[in-house]
Design a protein around this ligand. Structure first.
Ligand code: FEO
Length: 402
């Protein structure tokens, strides 16, 4: 994918990782991803962000297609996670820049990652700006979006916000801009990314969006470090991030379950019928068929999270433990849940699932339902009634607007 000029004198020099599916070891990236780096040609030639170490030569060729690397004066590291800084040792050796700009936390992170105290660090904070000649760069710290070191770089002369992980998506494509791809696909990928990476820091998202508004930044392009660049739908992505962060209730529920001999699955389907009878949209997700990050993506606009597992060795099945651990870490707010599962003799599953959901701050409708071995018609009717109960609670929450 050749480097392209995204604004006069501003080049995308990123890498398209076409075949990546395991993003950072925890999230699916079904469409691959990109590592976007940006090169600004000005009196002080500046590189914003880089790429994983294994792509350092690809980055070299991208930059080299515009200028020799040694002409770069400044490097800005908006974020130190290795997908954006892994090539730094290579780049530092090739470029020998006059200055490396990063947040104060970024300074510490660069030291922790690369153990190079002699690099020419220039830590910055919100409100600081530098001149590149014709342009200025204003820095905005975005702590915990999604690491402590994260920051945005804003170039007012270009109305360009380089937003690092913020507003990004995992999409590998030959297109670079939001008006060149299907908007539905783009928004789905944006949501998947947010709800697997940014979600725990939703309060910070709201604060940053407020700060961007208060600073009166005039933005006509948002250039994230993953995926597609926003130029047509800038206001849409800003508004959508606010919507994500607010986590308003919706009449939708996810039933996540694992099953051994399909008894728990039968229960899941009966619960789904009860939810549907209350006018709640339902998604059933067998955890052997869906990655935990895809379940979180469905939970994005679902207020209900109902979990089922049979009892296995006095516990629950491993994929359900995996999902519950993952979901708890992402800290979704305002969810309503319930627990169910089949059992052969000891039957701990429902209590274990309920306790897990409570530790994830889910409001649990109790009692959950256990079915011994295979659920009969009466037991399935109980499941359906549990679905109705959860459905009523979801509808009431939505109608109350809280
Ligand atoms: Fe894309 Fe947090 O790195």
């Amino acid at each position: 994918m050749p480097a392209i000029e995204i604004k006069k004198g501003v080049y995308w020099v990123g890498i398209v990782d076409w075949n990546l599916h395991d993003f950072h070891g925890y999230s699916q990236a079904a469409q691959g991803t990109t590592y976007n780096a940006y090169l600004v040609i000005d009196d002080k030639i500046t590189l914003f962000d880089s790429a994983p170490a294994k792509y350092q030569m690809d980055l070299y060729h991208q930059i080299r297609s515009i200028i020799p690397l040694e002409k770069i004066d400044y490097i800005v590291c908006n974020h130190i996670e290795p997908d954006h800084s892994g090539a730094m040792p290579f780049l530092m050796d090739k470029i020998r820049p006059e200055k490396v700009f990063c947040s104060k936390m970024g300074h510490r992170m660069l030291l922790d990652h690369f153990h190079q105290p002699d690099w020419p660090y220039h830590p910055v904070q919100t409100g600081d700006s530098i001149s590149l000649g014709q342009r200025t760069v204003q820095f905005i710290e975005t702590r915990m979006l999604h690491w402590p070191d994260s920051m945005f770089s804003y170039i007012p002369e270009d109305k360009l916000l380089i937003s690092n992980d913020g507003f990004g998506q995992n999409i590998a494509s030959s297109e670079r801009f939001d008006d060149e791809v299907d908007l539905g696909m783009l928004m789905a990928a944006t949501s998947h990314y947010y709800h697997n990476i940014i979600l725990p820091y939703s309060a910070r998202v709201l604060a940053v969006l407020d700060q961007v508004a208060q600073l009166g930044l005039d933005i006509d392009m948002i250039a994230p470090d993953h995926g597609i660049i926003w130029r047509k739908h800038v206001q849409l992505i800003l508004d959508t991030y606010r919507e994500y962060a607010l986590q308003k209730p919706h009449k939708k529920a996810v039933i996540a379950y694992d099953t051994m001999w399909h008894s728990t699955e039968k229960m899941a389907k009966a619960i789904a019928e009860g939810l549907m009878e209350e006018g709640v949209s339902v998604k059933l997700m067998h955890l052997k068929q869906y990655h935990h990050s895809d379940v979180m993506a469905e939970l994005a606009d679902a207020t209900g999270i109902i979990c089922g597992s049979p009892t296995h060795n006095n516990g629950i099945l491993p994929l359900m433990a995996d999902f519950l651990t993952y979901m708890k870490g992402l800290r979704p707010e305002g969810r309503i849940g319930a627990a169910f599962g089949s059992y052969g003799w000891s039957g701990e599953c429902v209590n274990i699932l309920s306790d897990w959901l409570k530790t994830a701050k889910v409001e649990v409708i109790e009692p959950g339902i256990k079915a011994k071995n295979v659920p009969d018609h009466a037991k399935l009717a109980e499941c359906k009634e549990l679905g109705r109960q959860v459905g009523k609670a979801i509808v009431a929450k939505v109608d109350a607007g809280a």
